[in-house]
Design a protein around this ligand. Structure first.
Ligand code: SF4
Length: 737
């Protein structure tokens, strides 16, 4: 601080002066740009439309886009400061190769691409093509996912390819596939406004998807039901809050279905015409009596009846969920139990009525549609000869070149690294050293690799630090393409500024690798821009559930965002008005072989790691509104970091009293796997006795040192919640702290 500032003469007028922006009126002069570039938020799957303000080649501000159908001009705290991540000091700027002494050295891009391809081919030649694994993200644009899927599966010849989306949404995908024959969320955000009952289960939208709270508030006639073991910010807004015991959701959903059948609040005509499996389900549900469900969930029978009757008597009940359901060894089956309720009551495809997964990352949906991970592009199935032949025809390649089965899912890629079956790994735009459960296992897997390539917009991160080669990538605001949000709405993403120094878009990196492999013309004929990929994707998606054939960049620019399916016929009938909200399965026809929705008899089971004398607490993890995932981006945004700079542990006052702990004590949390020391204790009724909660964003206090290696058998999604832990007062800090 200079002397003038100390004496109060320097008021930092330049930094704090006001000015007049022609579009937004009086505002900070420092935030008045030369131009506004329309785009879509790059954090979460709500998919808010916004403008990036650019002045002299730098992003200086962000504003919500009032014409965007998702957010109508509103943004949450993360979105409002998103421009700050672009100029972060921790951006990756140059390709870096680790030398034999373990230090990174700058290399040229041509050397970097050559090194990556050489090392990939080396392990593939010695150990077979599947000795290469690839883990990507939900944060690229759809055009990049489409290109990457082709590059990995057809160019590099490995099907050991997955994304970090398996850590958040895979159970929704598997659940949809089992119930309806295909992935694809049936509902829309308009349903938040049109439903008379909104039932949120395992969904803390106030912290995770804040603009959906705004959409919910626009509904004056709703009754909100929230089922969550923690009294989250969302739970505090509920008309009926159901504080169920951890992982008892299947029992609650089955109990509600039981009551709906007993009270005749099901749609027998719909069941007869459009479903299979009703008899088995009805028989199965006989044992889920309110009395038994009350014992399992800890709810009263009255609460269970109220929830069931609210849902069953609603004209338009909307049932939404997110990580509280998906992060479980029973996630897929819980999704099936949710879908059962909607199907039994015929509440699908109608305004306000739908089962609806709220996705995590901004373009997790894009990778699901195009990505060649859980399914082939256009939700085609690996095991379907027809689907494989159709793709081969569209791409003009030999059908035998199209893989016949899915390779390893993310946790199995990690296990294959541990077993030294995968020898080289390419990680793209994700930070698993913070986000993967029981992270010591992942660390072991990385240490066993011959070569690790990490492609990211940021360096250093805990993951790039372990890399042999770092490829610096452009991020949101620096590249073009599209995202799809949770309601299947495709929204344009536009480049506002140049990436820093030598960072390049992921799209360009993929083309460069294809070029080096000698497959660029075969896989990406004539492609130079993401729009070339989009045009091919339109043709490849034509006729599929996620039909993009009528979409174009021009139409998306005009309407900001349009839902799929959007066919060529839809395009020709679209005048200057934005197309109306669409919902899937309105005709009662599903993507299963017999065209019927499947009802599943799913069983509640106790979760895998039960509390014990040694580890008496149930450890729950989740998010806080200020931060995003592993905090790589948001810790660089001062206003967010200052609001939430450190991790904490929430504990009920009764437990704290029993353990002799006081507010803000520093505590140690120990699970059978590892420990976290010196965590700030927050004593609060938000968590029930016997449970503790910790946010998962912080690499310094990483909750994933404690979580388990337990995965859903269908989706392979991790059970991030319900680890058994003990809590004790921390000893004095070592000098390391
Ligand atoms: S709700 Fe999600 S998409 Fe909207 S501004 Fe916030 S982080 Fe971005």
């Amino acid at each position: 601080m200079n002397i003038k500032r100390l004496l109060g003469f320097d008021t930092r007028k330049e930094a704090y002066a006001y000015g007049h922006d022609p579009d937004y009126g009086y505002t900070s002069a420092a935030k008045i740009p030369d131009r506004w570039v329309p785009t879509t938020c790059g954090y979460c799957s709500v998919g808010c439309g916004m403008h990036i303000g650019v002045r002299e080649g730098e992003a200086v501000a962000v504003r919500g886009n009032a014409d965007h159908p998702v957010n109508l001009g509103k943004l949450c705290p993360k979105g409002l400061a998103e421009h700050d991540i672009i100029a972060a000091g921790s951006r990756a700027r140059y390709p870096l190769l680790k030398n034999p002494k373990g230090r990174f050295e700058r290399i040229r891009w041509d050397e970097a691409i050559e090194t990556a391809v050489r090392e990939f081919q080396k392990v593939q030649l010695e150990h077979g093509p599947r000795a290469l694994g690839v883990v990507s993200t939900g944060q690229l644009v759809t055009e990049e996912f489409y290109a990457l899927g082709k590059l990995v599966q057809l160019g590099l010849g490995t099907n050991n390819y997955d994304g970090n989306t398996t850590l958040c949404m895979a159970s929704a995908v598997s659940g949809y596939k089992r119930s309806f024959g295909s992935d694809g969320p049936p509902g829309a955000y308009d349903d938040f406004e049109q439903a008379d009952v909104v039932f949120l289960i395992g969904a803390n939208i106030a912290d995770n998807h804040p603009i959906l709270c705004y959409r919910l508030e626009r509904n004056p006639d709703k009754t909100v039901v929230v089922a969550d073991p923690r009294v989250s910010k969302t739970a505090r807004t509920a008309d009926l809050y159901l504080p169920l015991k951890p992982r008892s959701d299947i029992a609650l959903l089955n109990g509600m279905a039981h009551i709906l059948i007993q009270t005749g609040l099901i749609d027998r005509d719909y069941i007869e015409a459009h479903t299979s499996g009703f008899r088995e389900l009805e028989q199965h549900l006989g044992k889920y009596t309110p009395e038994r469900v009350a014992a399992v969930t800890g709810l009263s029978e009255e609460q269970i009846y109220r929830a069931a009757l609210l849902y069953g008597r609603a004209k338009a009940p909307f049932l939404a969920w997110t990580m509280g359901v998906n992060h479980s060894t029973k996630g897929t089956e819980t999704v099936n139990a949710i879908n059962n309720l909607a199907v039994l009551t015929g509440n699908l495809g109608k305004p306000g009525a739908s089962p609806f997964s709220i996705t995590g990352q901004c373009n997790a949906m894009g990778t699901r549609e195009t990505g060649f991970t859980a399914s082939m592009p256009g939700y085609r199935k690996f095991e379907s000869d027809n689907d494989r032949q159709e793709l081969a025809r569209l791409w003009n390649i030999d059908p035998d070149a199209v893989p016949r089965n899915r390779g390893h899912a993310y946790p199995d890629i990690v296990e294959a690294c541990v077993k030294r079956e995968i020898k080289a790994l390419w990680i793209i735009a994700t930070n698993p050293l913070v986000s993967f459960p029981n992270v010591a296992v992942l660390q072991q897997g990385f240490e066993n690799l011959d070569f690790l390539v990490v492609q990211d917009g940021f360096h250093p991160t805990p993951t790039t630090e372990m890399a042999d080669l770092v490829l610096p990538a452009a991020i949101w605001g620096e590249k073009d393409g599209t995202y799809t949000n949770s309601e299947r709405r495709v929204s344009k993403v536009n480049k506002a500024v140049e990436p820093p120094d030598e960072a390049r878009s992921d799209f360009d990196i993929f083309l460069a690798i294809a070029e080096k492999l000698g497959v660029r013309q075969a896989l990406f004929p004539g492609w130079t821009t993401p729009e070339d990929a989009f045009e091919e994707w339109r043709r490849v998606s034509k006729g599929r559930l996620c039909d993009y054939s009528g979409l174009s960049y021009e139409l998306l620019d005009r309407h900001h965002a349009i839902q799929w399916p959007f066919t060529e016929a839809d395009a020709s009938s679209t005048n200057d008005c934005r197309p109306e909200t669409s919902r899937l399965y309105a005709d009662g026809k599903f993507e299963t072989e017999d065209g019927r929705a499947r009802l599943f008899a799913v069983e509640w089971e106790p979760y895998p790691e039960q509390p014990s004398n040694a580890f008496p607490f149930v450890f729950n993890t989740g998010r806080t509104v200020e931060h995003w995932h592993t905090r790589t981006k948001t810790k660089e945004v001062k206003i967010l970091e200052r609001m939430s700079p450190t991790a904490w542990l929430e504990m009920n006052p009764r437990d704290a009293r029993r353990l002799g702990l006081r507010p803000h004590d520093l505590v140690t949390v120990v699970s059978p796997r590892s420990r976290i020391d010196h965590l700030e204790l927050r004593i609060t009724e938000i968590v029930a006795p016997g449970q503790v909660f910790m946010p998962f964003h912080y690499e310094e206090k990483n909750s994933n040192r404690l979580t388990q290696s337990a995965f859903d058998p269908f989706s392979r999604e991790p059970n991030y919640k319900q680890a058994a832990v003990r809590v004790e007062k921390s000893g004095p800090r070592s000098t390391a702290y």
